[in-house]
Each structure stands twice: as structure tokens, then as C-alpha cells.
Design a protein around this ligand. Structure first.
Ligand code: SME
Length: 178
């Protein structure tokens, strides 16, 4: 597909549905985890214009900053801290309409107003979280959570050793070009 993406819809869910096959095509031949996370962060930010998109990787009892797009961010987050550490500890997606109302929210930027965090799991354990920040209040809802959880299923395949072994959510299968 080259290194460009094309979109037609302005509806967010439709846009996710346009993005997933293009992102899959961009990553399905690539076994390098960092490369795939980097392109995923860029693709999500480019597609929706989010303020910050990135990954935090589980490293012992902390999350450590991984590939991201956007302003510089905090490097380490403890288990159970902030939105990311809570999503990891509770192994669930968290959608925050107003970051100022989330107890313990870690403000990497004062411009971030709302946030969604989705864990990426391998064999039932969280290996990373996808974190997306918006500079608009209430920018995320159940549609984002549902779609990003599909993405997390695809991304979990990137974490399986050195092997090229991509898991694909059943909802995505019909839209995949590879
Ligand atoms: N707000 C996050 C920290 C990461 S930055 O948003 C990039 C949190 O509370 O975990």
C-alpha cells in the first residue's frame, strides 16, 4: 500500500473501519514490534488528529514509554497509577471524559482534556497499553473503546516472540487485504 493512507468517511466508526485494513496491510509483513507500534501510533494520530497517541510497555512493576506520536510524555508509570496504570492493574479499558475528574490522572500535558486507554494482552496478561489523549473534552466514547479493543487484539500478535504470528479479531477478518 506504499506509505500513505486514504479515507472517505467523516463518521468515526467508519473511519476506524477504513483504518484497520490499511494498518493491517502496513504491519502484516513486519515482525518488528517497535516498527509496528510506531506506525500504529502515527496512523491513529494522522487519521483522527488526536493530541497524543502512544504505547506504554509493561516492564516489571512499571509501564515504560514506547513508540508514540505527539508532545514529549512521562517515561515511567507505576502499576495502578494514573489512567494507564489503572487500566493495566484492572485489565480493562478506561474512557475518561474529563481528565481533571479522574483521581490520580497523570498530566503529561496540560492540553490533554480527555483520554482512552486500552490494554493489550497476551495469554491473559497485559503486555502494554495503548493511550490516546485528546485536547477536547469527552472526545471518546464506547465506539472508540470497542474499535480500539479490536485493534488491541491485532496488536497482541505483534508481541508474540520474533515469530510472524498475528492474531486478528474475527470482526476484522473480512476487511483484511493480506
Ligand atoms: N495521562 C496518562 C499518562 C500518560 S500521558 O497521557 C501520555 C495517565 O494518567 O496514565
Amino acid at each position: 500500500m506504499g506509505e500513505s493512507m486514504a479515507f472517505h468517511s467523516t463518521d468515526r466508526r467508519e473511519r476506524y473501519h477504513e483504518l484497520w485494513p490499511q494498518l493491517y496491510a502496513l504491519t502484516c509483513q513486519e515482525s518488528d514490534l517497535i516498527a509496528n507500534m510506531a506506525n500504529a501510533a502515527a496512523a491513529l494520530r494522522q487519521t483522527f488528529g488526536f493530541f497524543w497517541v502512544g504505547f506504554y510497555l509493561v516492564r516489571g512493576q512499571e509501564l515504560v514509554l514506547g513508540p508514540f506520536q505527539g508532545p514529549v510524555a512521562c517515561t515511567r508509570i507505576a502499576h495502578g497509577r494514573g489512567v494507564c496504570g489503572t487500566a493495566w492493574a484492572e485489565r480493562r479499558s478506561i474512557c475518561v471524559e474529563d481528565v481533571d475528574q479522574f483521581p490520580g490522572h497523570i498530566a503529561c500535558s496540560s492540553e490533554s482534556r480527555s483520554e482512552v486507554v486500552v490494554p493489550i494482552c497476551v495469554d491473559g496478561s497485559v503486555v502494554a497499553v495503548l493511550d490516546i489523549d485528546s485536547d477536547r473534552l469527552s472526545d471518546f466514547d464506547a465506539v472508540d473503546v470497542e474499535e480500539l479493543q479490536h485493534f488491541a487484539t491485532m496488536a497482541s500478535g505483534w508481541f508474540s516472540t520474533e515469530e510472524h504470528n498475528h492474531e486478528v479479531h474475527p470482526n476484522l477478518v473480512n476487511r483484511l487485504p493480506c
